[in-house]
Design a protein around this ligand. Structure first.
Ligand SMILES: [Zn+2]
Length: 143
C-alpha cells in the first residue's frame, strides 16, 4: 500500500530509526527545499530529516553527516560555542568509538550508507534533482 504522500517524494529504503543504545532518533525522508537544506537534526525531537530529492551518493553522505552530528553530541561535542579544545588523539578516540558504537547498533543503516552499488537501496521512484547551493544542515533547535 502506497500513500499519496509516498508517491510524490521518492524514498530510499533503509531503517527509519537511529539506535543510540539508550534512545532512538527517528529518520524522516521529507523535502527540505523550503528550508534550503539537504538534511537536519532536531535534538529536542530526537529526529533526523533528510531530503530524498538528491542523488543516492549525496543522500548517503548527508545521512552520515547528520548521524555524525548526533553521535558527536552523544560524546559531549554539541554546540559549537560549547566546544572544548582538543587534539588529534581525543577527536580520533571520540570519532572511532562513535562509529563503532553506532555501526554496531545500526548494522542495516550503515550497510545502506556504505553499500553504494547495492541496487536494493536505490531510490524507489523519481529522478535526480540536485540542489548544490544548499547547506547540509540546520540549527539544532531546542538544544
Ligand atoms: Zn552539519
Amino acid at each position: 500500500m502506497v500513500s499519496l504522500s509516498d508517491m510524490t517524494v521518492k524514498k530510499f529504503r533503509h531503517p527509519s530509526k537511529l539506535d543510540l543504545g539508550h534512545k532512538k532518533f527517528e529518520i524522516v525522508q521529507q523535502s527540505l527545499k523550503k528550508e534550503s537544506l539537504y538534511g537536519c537534526v532536531e535534538f529536542s525531537k530526537s529526529k533526523i530529516t533528510i531530503d530524498p530529492n538528491m542523488s543516492p551518493e549525496d543522500y548517503r553522505s548527508t545521512l552520515l553527516h547528520e548521524i555524525c552530528h548526533v553521535g558527536l553530541d552523544l560524546f559531549g561535542l554539541g554546540d559549537d560555542d560549547e566546544m572544548p579544545s582538543f587534539g588529534n588523539e581525543y577527536i580520533t578516540a571520540v570519532t572511532s568509538n562513535m562509529m563503532v558504537l553506532l555501526a554496531g547498533l545500526n548494522p542495516e543503516l550503515f550497510s545502506f550508507i556504505f553499500s553504494p552499488t547495492n541496487s536494493r537501496h536505490a531510490p524507489v521512484e523519481g529522478h535526480e534533482s540536485p540542489r548544490p547551493s544548499r547547506k547540509s544542515d540546520c540549527p539544532k533547535s531546542g538544544h
